[in-house]
Design a protein around this ligand. Structure first.
Ligand code: ATP
Length: 244
């Protein structure tokens, strides 16, 4: 079943600049979909259209529609989208630097939630991210870039989403950490059944874990299909996978 469907979505900035030009993307329930493309192709803008994080005075979904779980989410406030199960991890790990990892996780939960349930969710996060568990006593500002990225993803998962939107989780990380983060993303998808829409410039790593992929160029989808087929495409190899 389709969980998220973008149908011919256009996003315009400042009333004049068309950043996303009629994009259609499907994310199946529990699926793992990669959205690839160069800088400025419109990937982040597409994610913001889904989470509702476009700044209304600047960016606007000017055409098309977005359905989540079968319902249109046009006009639905970002906080309500989170309640419905959409969570967005923005580019560039934004954690509360003066709080410990557990305090960061706690800050992502509503005050009304059952304490035992929150404790279980925090435990689950430390189980997924053992390197975070090892740094439990440190303030988040002292964690490495990779650990902060893990914390940002862990915090998003505290909302128990049906869909997580990940914007460049590998940005600035060492190859070892990229491998670790991608293994965790796959595990979250497979074990917790959370659907993933993954924006990445590291196309090789993204295509290795995704089921399907879309390639954006200049605000348009220029290619889509099974990740293995996209990874094998000679043009993609040359332009995005460093040839072979
Ligand atoms: P990157 O990896 O650099 O973030 P991207 O594929 O995510 O690239 P977007 O950030 O979605 O691309 O940007 C798409 C286009 O929209 C770019 O030309 C960018 O300059 C423009 N743009 C992005 N955000 C805004 C904004 N808030 N106001 C005006 N134009 C914007």
């Amino acid at each position: 079943m389709t969980l998220l469907a973008l149908n011919n979505v256009e996003v315009v900035y400042d009333r004049v600049f068309l950043a996303v030009k009629g994009v259609s993307i499907d994310v199946p329930e529990g699926g793992l979909v990669a959205l690839l493309g160069a800088n400025g192709a419109g990937k982040s803008t597409t994610l913001k259209a889904v989470s509702g994080l476009l700044k209304p005075e600047r960016g606007l979904v000017s055409r098309g529609d977005i359905h989540f779980g079968g319902d249109s989410i046009a006009g639905v406030e970002p906080a309500e989208r989170v309640r419905r199960g959409i969570v967005h991890v923005l580019e560039g790990r934004r954690v509360f630097e003066h709080l410990t990892p557990a305090e960061n996780l706690l800050a992502a939960t509503s005050m009304h939630r059952n304490r035992a349930k929150v404790a279980t969710l925090i435990e689950r996060t430390f189980d997924w991210f053992p390197s975070l568990a090892a740094r439990k006593a440190s303030k988040a500002g002292y964690l490495s870039g990779g650990e902060q990225q893990m914390l940002a993803i862990g915090r998003a998962l505290m909302t128990e989403p049906r869909l997580i939107l990940l914007d460049e989780p590998s940005l600035g990380l060492s190859p070892r950490l990229v491998g670790e983060i991608f293994a965790i993303i796959r595990r979250i998808n497979q074990e917790a059944g959370v659907a993933v829409l993954l924006v990445e410039q590291n196309a090789t790593a993204a295509l290795a874990i995704a089921e399907t992929a879309y390639l954006l160029e200049n605000g348009r989808v220029v290619m889509s299909g099974p990740a293995a087929v996209i990874a094998d495409n000679p043009d993609v190899k040359n332009a995005y996978l460093g040839g072979d």
